[in-house]
Design a protein around this ligand. Sequence first.
Ligand code: SAM
Length: 264
Amino acid sequence: MKALKELGQNFLIDPSIASAIADAGEIIPGESVWEIGPGKGILTTQIIQRGARLMAFELDRRLEDPLKTLFGDQLNLLRADVLRVDWNELLAQEPEHIKLIANIPYQITSPLLSRLETHHTSFSRIVLMLQKEVAERLTASVGTKAYGLMTLRLQLLFEIRIALQVPREMFDPVPGVDSAVIVMSPRIDPPRLQNPAVFHQLIHHAFMHRRKTFRNNLMQMLSKLEIAALEKHSKLDLTRRGETFSEAEFIRLCDIIDALRHRP
Ligand code: SAM
């Protein structure tokens, strides 16, 4: 069976890595797990062995029969594009919290992360194999090159760590990039935002042109008067670059903008 590049088909070949990914999921027997793209079933086997009630989304119809033969009714297989199914409807049929464990096709990374942001309260743990560079962005610290919009958006909701690095030779066919497995757990005490829309607008502008100062980027969003007021009330130096601002600083700025806008 020819691997389809357009479906991101780079199949994991080392069962010990599949086992480590499933271990990172800390599966409790009987709990609900979703997998995206079971492929030939290397990770599926490990998830089922740990006693999960598994639902998997697989877009490639050629894999349907082999997966059914391998797992029978131990696997609830949906032959569907995970980005086109109705997540609200499917999650409504699940217990309050489920887990997601997957070696995903890398071309769906961005839209999938957006879905996970939208539905973050439904997941008690997410374990994903991603392109190494994306894993580094998701786990980046303030002030580093990898720190950016994706870091802030996802770290606002999840504690994220890299569980293991996976070299490209562990896949067939060998992809052009290395990979890493991340574990995302809901933040125990997430910050409360006065106005989430302003926070997202602010961080979007902060990283719009990385070479520009935050102040220059902000000109797209705020008037000169508003920027002056923001500088005065926050006591922060807005001529710094966006990547030097911590989450707490962005939240402070966001709350000030919100207050200024609602000033009588
Ligand atoms: N889990 C297997 C493994 O570890 O070897 C396969 C991983 S492979 C990187 C990605 C899998 O996702 C492929 O089987 C592919 O057919 C499937 N896939 C690609 N796009 C998909 C989509 N939008 N929805 C569901 N499955 C998809």
